[in-house]
Design a protein around this ligand. Structure first.
Ligand SMILES: C[S@@+](CC[C@H](N)C(=O)[O-])C[C@H]1O[C@@H](n2cnc3c(N)ncnc32)[C@H](O)[C@@H]1O
Length: 279
């Protein structure tokens, strides 16, 4: 089985870093070889160096498309419903309640950034649905974005099984999912939840950010970026979050030494960040 040489690894790692902010240590050489091999097979290219040259030779539109496909195979998309449940307790029992109290324009905009295969935004949608008594007549939008086109496709199909749904409480599974005909181990998200979420492609370091967001989820992705990109990303979040907003990051992530625009607030055992007053 072919493996990247050190020099090839460095060239691809730089390309990936420049395009996505994803920083690959040189210990990731086998992982990157395995992931890139999928593109080589799809294009019927034998050597990693030929794939690199092929990428460079493409006209700009085709190059952008192939970069998307390359980042698609390179990205790590691990996720599941109700991942880190404490976040969703905080969301349901505190954040949504507070927003319902303070907002006068009756709009709720939540952004699941780096949403992967959709489990996170659908979990958010379920929490909002369960709190619907607070938002009757409100205009509700849940945006869900990712850099990997294939995960967005998967999310739009909204069929889940196994580990992905292990943490869904039984009553929630019954209420918001339907077992697939012919394959009862697969659970399909019901339309009332599906239609609450809008999925689209978004690269943190190339795409325009949405505006006026009440709640941002950005969990388990900053770990893939170096400090420069983490600082840039959180500064952009500060620009698009509303004053009363909340930012959820992964439980192994921190904004310490990354941003002074947000303050840490522990809500029901969940680590949450709130924006500091604008200067
Ligand atoms: C491990 S998943 C996290 C999924 C979910 N947020 C969770 O916590 O369960 C990380 C996701 O970040 C996405 N990602 C990586 N770099 C990105 C970038 N520059 N812009 C947007 N998404 C990115 C990957 O495609 C991947 O789906």
């Amino acid at each position: 089985m072919k493996r990247l040489t050190e020099e090839e690894f460095n060239r691809f790692a730089k390309l990936i870093y420049d395009e996505s902010g994803i920083f690959l240590k040189d210990t990731k050489i086998t992982l990157l070889s395995n992931r890139l091999r999928k593109r080589l097979q799809a294009l019927d290219i034998a050597e990693f160096s030929d794939y690199y040259n092929y990428l460079q030779s493409l006209p700009s539109k085709e190059k952008a498309l192939e970069y998307e496909k390359m980042l698609d195979v390179v990205s790590t998309n691990e996720t599941f419903f109700f991942r880190n449940e404490r976040h969703f307790d905080a969301l349901s029992q505190v954040c949504l309640q507070e927003i319902a109290k303070v907002k006068t324009d009756r709009t709720l905009r939540i952004w699941s950034s780096a949403c992967s295969t959709g489990e996170e935004p659908y979990t958010i949608a379920i929490c909002v649905k369960e709190s619907m008594h607070l938002f009757s007549g409100w205009d509700i939008e849940i945006l869900a974005t990712d850099i990997a086109p294939s995960v967005i496709q998967f999310a739009n199909i909204a069929e889940y099984s196994g580990r992905r749904i292990e943490k869904v409480p039984t009553e929630i599974l019954k209420k918001y999912f339907t077992q697939k005909k012919g394959d009862p181990s697969v659970y399909v998200v019901n339309d009332d939840i599906k239609k609450m979420v809008t999925f689209y492609y978004h690269n943190f370091f190339k795409s325009v950010f949405p505006k006026d967001i009440d709640i941002i989820f950005c969990r388990n992705v900053m770990i893939y970026f170096d400090k420069r990109h983490q600082v840039e990303l959180v500064a952009k979040f500060y620009q698009c979050i509303l004053d009363h907003g909340y930012l959820f990051i992964g439980h192994s992530e921190t904004l310490h030494s990354i941003s002074e625009d947000f303050s840490y607030r522990k809500i029901l055992e969940a680590p949450v960040y709130v924006p500091n007053p604008r200067r």
